[in-house]
Design a protein around this ligand. Structure first.
Ligand code: ADP
Length: 333
């Protein structure tokens, strides 16, 4: 497929902490598959300005997290040649478009975004940038005139507002952007070590960068089925994080384990199951960890990759801004 025929795709993630295996299964693995399908012109943005909405009091952590995230992306299989991997704040056009869009968006549109209300209450966020988050996210997408955005079901509302913003822009100034569409990731939400959704916020995660000792410690303390106390109690493997993760990472998972666990067969037990999972995760991510360490040991190389990605992103973003300024009759356009 020629470069022009490819569908433009924008993906992004906040560098707000360590990437975990939930992020890998729920987002990153899918991005790598999309890249390898050869159908998309991919822009992958590390959205550091977004991270500031909740971490403006720990800005010293941002740069190390950006390097770690870039290393995680590449070690997981994103290829900087095929996918422009870059840092949002290195492409200033995102900010200009965000500003221009902010002039045409009624505040109630932003206040009714479900995650705004929820996070305002749970995290106590009340800054202006946080309210404007969906506008910046829209700018991130449409600055590349992206047609598709891979998202989890939980993020569909954000894409809907992006589409509304595009329609409003077009109504006022004429057509410039494609209306971006969601490419919904079909993964299930993966549990954390405590059985709740795996999340940075809950501290119940296995990070992609965790070494063998940490992986073993975390799996050792992982919740299993709370109703299976004794080996002979009937288990519920579909609700057990250890079993769920074995189905993903353990190539040698015995086919009869599920039935044996569910029937309380004393020949299988949670301790042995955890041991098998530790080994499976340690082995599965061995190459990943080696690649990640190699990348992190050479920051100059990572800088070069991120700069090259930003350069390609800037080119496309600059083209878009010429169209936007013209459509809005801005001085000098
Ligand atoms: P976190 O909850 O750890 O802060 P984010 O909200 O930053 O994670 O999510 C980044 C991406 O990873 C999103 O696409 C989200 O859908 C996906 N993701 C996060 N947690 C999980 C999980 N437990 N299972 C599957 N996907 C997840």
């Amino acid at each position: 497929m020629t470069a022009e025929k490819k569908v433009v795709l924008l993906s992004g993630m906040q560098p707000s902490g360590a990437l975990h295996i939930g992020n890998y299964e729920g987002a990153l693995r899918n991005w790598v598959d999309l890249q390898n399908s050869g159908k998309y012109k991919m822009f992958n943005c590390i959205v550091d300005w977004h991270a500031l909405t909740s971490s403006s009091d720990e800005t010293e952590l941002l740069v190390p997290r950006i390097y770690e995230m870039a290393a995680d992306f590449i070690a997981a299989g994103l290829d900087p040649e095929q996918t422009a991997i870059f840092v949002q704040s290195q492409v200033k056009e995102h900010a200009e478009l965000h500003l221009l869009l902010s002039m045409i968006i009624p505040i109630p549109w932003l206040e009714r975004v479900p995650s705004y209300k929820e996070k305002r209450e749970t995290l106590g966020l009340d800054n202006y940038g946080f309210l404007g988050y969906p506008i910046l996210q829209t700018a991130d997408i449409i600055i590349y005139r992206a047609r598709v955005v891979p998202v989890g079901k939980d993020q569909l509302a954000h894409l809907e507002i992006a589409r509304e913003i595009v329609r409003r822009f077009h109504y006022l100034y004429g057509e410039v952007f494609p209306e971006p569409e969601a490419l919904v990731t079909k993964h299930a939400v993966l549990p954390g070590t405590d059985g709740r959704k795996m999340s940075k916020t809950y501290g119940n995660y296995i990070a992609l960068g965790d070494g063998p000792d940490i992986i073993c410690e975390k799996v050792k303390n992982m919740f299993t089925d709370p109703e299976k106390i004794h080996k002979t109690d009937k288990g519920h493997p579909d609700r057990c994080p250890v079993y769920i993760y074995r189905t993903i990472y353990d190539a040698d998972l015995p086919v009869d384990l599920k039935d044996k666990c569910a029937s309380g067969d004393a020949s299988v037990g949670c301790v042995a199951c955890k041991k098998a999972l530790m080994q499976a995760i340690v082995d599965y991510f061995a190459d990943f960890r080696a690649k990640r360490s190699e990348l992190l040991a050479d920051k100059a190389q990572l800088d070069a990759i991120l700069e090259d990605g930003a350069k390609r992103a800037r080119e496309r973003a600059a083209e878009t801004m010429i169209l936007v300024r013209k459509a809005m009759n801005m001085y000098g356009s």
